[in-house]
Design a protein around this ligand. Structure first.
Ligand SMILES: Nc1ncnc2c1ncn2[C@@H]1O[C@H](COP(=O)(O)OP(=O)(O)OP(=O)(O)O)[C@@H](O)[C@H]1O
Ligand SMILES: [Mg+2]
Length: 274
């Protein structure tokens, strides 16, 4: 049993899940939750990020697009502390410099991240996955041996509805479709009530219908959380109809509404390779 608990602990740690603390200490007085300022990251002299700057408003749903190798995933690695910036700063609100924090501290400050592949506990039920996520690493023991109070149960049932899995709550997560696993993991991240949620290509491999539902889910989260969604699926980005940041060669090439960036000459050149 103890090995199993240790494995679960490790699993949760790796997905970056942990309780949100000190949320109130984030200074949102300017309405901005995240400032990436002049960030440069080099790998063996190659600049994956090159003086990258942009800002995300509190409660905003932002899409980030850009060709392969533009630096989108590296940008998320820097925000979450997985990769150190060689230059520049990343501020959470007005006062907290994330470049001085560890990956673990950044997760605890309420920055959640969804990698491309779903990370769910396949042999546990859908409900238990949300339960484990809500309690965080220290709660695994509790989860296995103590009952939830009714408020906690209500929270899980609300989340099941939000992620469209209310009918599947008893089933092992391993039986879900790829898209449903993605929703479950998003639900698990949301149980931590993140301030910022970073999602790297969340709709990759989803059916058309699942992709549409994902757009609805993200729109429903707007205002409650700040979302940064990296996507290659232009139809999906267009359907969200929110501000788009185009990355290219490690910096911002264009930013604005989808129709505007789609008609931007430089963006067209980059995508069509002209
Ligand atoms: N750990 C690393 N070591 C060396 N080079 C890296 C490393 N991580 C990323 N790179 C390089 O940095 C550049 C940016 O990569 P990144 O993964 O951020 O791009 P991306 O925009 O996410 O691309 P994609 O759309 O293909 O996911 C690429 O040229 C990549 O090869
Ligand atoms: Mg990437």
């Amino acid at each position: 049993m103890s090995t199993r608990i240790a494995e679960l602990d490790g699993g949760i740690e790796e997905t970056g899940l942990s309780h949100v603390i000190n949320r109130d200490q984030v200074d949102l007085s300017h309405g901005v939750i995240l400032y990436v300022e002049g960030v440069t990251v080099s790998f063996d002299g190659f600049r994956a990020l090159n003086d990258l700057s942009f800002a995300i408003d509190a409660g905003e749903l932002r899409c980030v697009i850009g060709p392969n190798g533009a630096g989108k995933t590296t940008m998320m690695d820097v925000i979450t502390g997985k990769t150190q910036a060689d230059a520049g700063t990343v501020f959470l609100g007005q006062t907290i410099d994330l470049t001085e924090r560890t990956e673990y501290e950044i997760a605890r400050l309420g920055i959640g991240r969804k990698f491309q592949k779903p990370l769910v506990f396949e042999s546990h039920s859908v409900f238990e996955n949300l339960e484990l996520a809500m309690k965080g690493p220290k709660g695994v023991w509790d989860t296995l041996f103590y009952r939830l109070d009714s408020e906690q149960e209500d929270r899980i049932h609300e989340m099941l509805k939000r992620i469209d899995l209310a009918e599947r709550w008893r089933e092992p997560a391993g039986l879900l479709s790829h898209g449903q696993k993605q929703w479950l993991e998003i639900g698990m991240l949301l149980m931590q009530d993140p301030q910022i949620l970073l999602l790297d290509e969340p709709t990759a491999g989803m059916s058309e219908e699942e992709t549409e539902r994902t757009a609805e889910l993200f729109l429903s989260l707007e205002g409650k959380h700040s979302l940064v969604v990296v996507e290659h699926d232009m139809e999906f980005v267009a359907s969200l109809a929110r501000k788009v940041t185009v990355l290219h060669e490690g910096r911002v090439l264009a930013e604005g509404p989808m129709e505007m960036v789609q008609n931007n000459e430089r963006v067209i050149e980059v995508y069509l390779g002209r």
